[in-house]
Every structure is written in C-alpha cells, then in structure tokens.
Ligand binder design. Sequence first.
Ligand code: ACO
Length: 326
Amino acid sequence: MNSKISGLGHALPARIVENRELEDVVETSDQWIRERTGIERRHLSTGETTTDLAAQAGRMALADAGILPEQLDLIVVATMTPDSFMPATACLVQKELGADRAACFDLSAACSGFVYGLSVADSMIRAGTVRRALVIGAETLSRMIDWTDRTTCVIFADGAGAAVLEATEEEGIVRCTLGASGDDENILTTRALPLRNYLIPEGAGREMPGNGYMVMDGQTVFRFSTRVVGDSIRQTLEDTPYGTGDLDWVVPHQANTRIIDYAASRLKMDREKFFVNLKNRGNTSAASIPIALSEMRQEGLLRPGQLVMLTGFGGGLTWGSALVRF
Ligand code: ACO
C-alpha cells in the first residue's frame, strides 16, 4: 500500500505587511530585506490563531480531495506556535472540522515539520493503521518574534497549509528521508517555560537561556541550510529509479531566496524548477511547503503525474525531504 496526496489547501491572515511598514518598527529598509532575503511582504495575524488558520487550510484541502471530515482517520499538525500546550492544535482542528473519527496529535520539528508529518502519516498508511490523513503545517510565528530584533522580525510570518493523504495502489509518496542534529540546538531556538517548582530555590533551577522569543544565529543557519538542502535531496533520490533530471519541481522550505539559489546551483539544477513564493509570503516555517503546494495547484503549476521533491530544514536542527508523485 502507498499513500498519495489527494487534496491541498492553505490559509493566510487577512493583514498584509509591506517591508516599508517594518521601517517604522525596527531600523531596517525595504532594500535590505529584499536583497538579503527575497521578501517584500508577508501576512501577519491580527487575531487569527494557529487553530483558525489550520482549520481553514484543512477545510480547503478536504474540499479539494472531495472527502468529508468524518472520513479522516488521522490529523497531524506540525507547529511550533500552538495556541495551547494542551490540548494539541490537532484536537482543536478536529473540533472545528467535525472530524470525529480522527486520531489527533501535534508534531514539533520546526521548519521541517510538514515533511516530518507527511513521513509519519505515509508510514501509518503503509502500515495499514489509517487510510486517510490530514497533515497540516500551521504557524503564528509573529507571536514568538521579538519585534525589537531586526535580525528575525523581518523574516518570519503567519499562515497554514494542508494536505490530504489517502491510501492508494498507485505511486504517490515515493520516499521520505529525515534527519536531525541536536548538537546544534543553540543555532535557532525559542525556549519554553523555565523549570520552576517548590523544590527548586529561586535562581538554582536549570534556567534555559532566552525569553520565549526566537533567537537565531542567521549566518550559521544560512551555512547549514545551503549544505543540507542539496544533501537531503540527493539522499532521498538514492535507491529510487529517479535522479534530479526527473524532477518537475523542487518545493523547498521558504527561508531565504539566496539559500534556494545556492542549493539549485549546488545540485546543478535549473533554478526555474524551484518554486519560490517568499516575496509575498515570508518564512512561515512548517506552513511554507504546504502553502507553496496549494498555491501551485491554484496557479495550475502542479499537475497530475508530476514528480516533486519537498525539502524542509530548520530548528533542531532538523531536515527532511519527500519525493512525491502527484
Ligand atoms: N535590516 C538592516 N540591517 C540588518 C538587518 C535588518 N533587518 N538585520 C541585520 N542587519 C545588519 C546586521 O546588524 C549587520 O550589520 P553590521 O555589519 O553593522 O554588524 C549587517 O546587516 C549584516 O548582517 P549579517 O547577519 O551578516 O547579514 P547576512 O547577509 O548574513 O543576512 C540573514 C542576514 C538574512 C539573516 C542571513 O544570515 C540569512 O538569511 N540567514 C539564514 C536565516 C534564515 O533564513 N532563517 C530563517 C530560516 S530558519 C529556517 O526557516 C530554517
């Protein structure tokens, strides 16, 4: 048994923020942001929650697949900006959609989260545990940004994307590979609640550095990302009948256009095969790949039979790729 992506959807907050608007927030310029990142504008929440965006994207993906919420066996939400630690965002999405039969859980793999989620759902379908799954990447990153830190606040954005996966005898998800390097934990972090209880005297606990906001060593992330995109794509193609020349599209995590340019040249691939929507969307972490896929579908760029490589990379550090026949 294989699994196949049968529906796609996405949702974005209504409010669009142009680079120029950020010139009033931190010391930056439209030109700096465009040249260093490729971003011109992004959507930021003015109240839409991660659950709102995830449910809206999920609803669109279900309609695209032509299946009802009650036919879902599984909902996985990849997010690092849940609305609550408990319940999981996936449970809140289940309630919104009325997907009563679905098992629900969230998954934390930062910007690689959607590819991790796809891999888990694909494995569960192959094992016969579930037949229909909804995999969502959803973020309201604006809530974990320090809006006085110009090195991060110009990059990150809000949104959600979703894919329906169904059991099939046809070729669908061909191969997923995942990786992580916990040794590099400090390169991209957002620390959670400090470890504090009545047994631990004030100041003596294992205080994690940071303040609940994202902290990023941009240049190290840049070096890691440019290396890992090529390596991960090559590793995923290994042991398959396919090579880079067979790919109709590469849909990378939308982190930075310079990372994508560099990866294309390292792989000696035509840059036109890399889908990029950073200009209008910014970096939406776990949501960026499914938003891109859903937009490609809407624009008529993603057609049945095409072979597509999805590749995610981010905090953890984590990375992963999925070779998908549409
Ligand atoms: N506006 C204006 N100037 C800025 C800004 C800003 N928003 N941010 C930093 N600068 C300044 C710096 O302070 C520095 O000034 P200095 O030379 O006086 O010290 C100068 O610009 C250059 O800074 P660098 O950090 O060297 O700039 P760089 O060319 O490396 O670009 C960037 C920074 C865009 C963050 C880059 O390192 C990058 O893209 N890294 C990858 C990070 C990324 O994509 N993160 C998201 C991915 S995480 C994930 O999704 C995997």
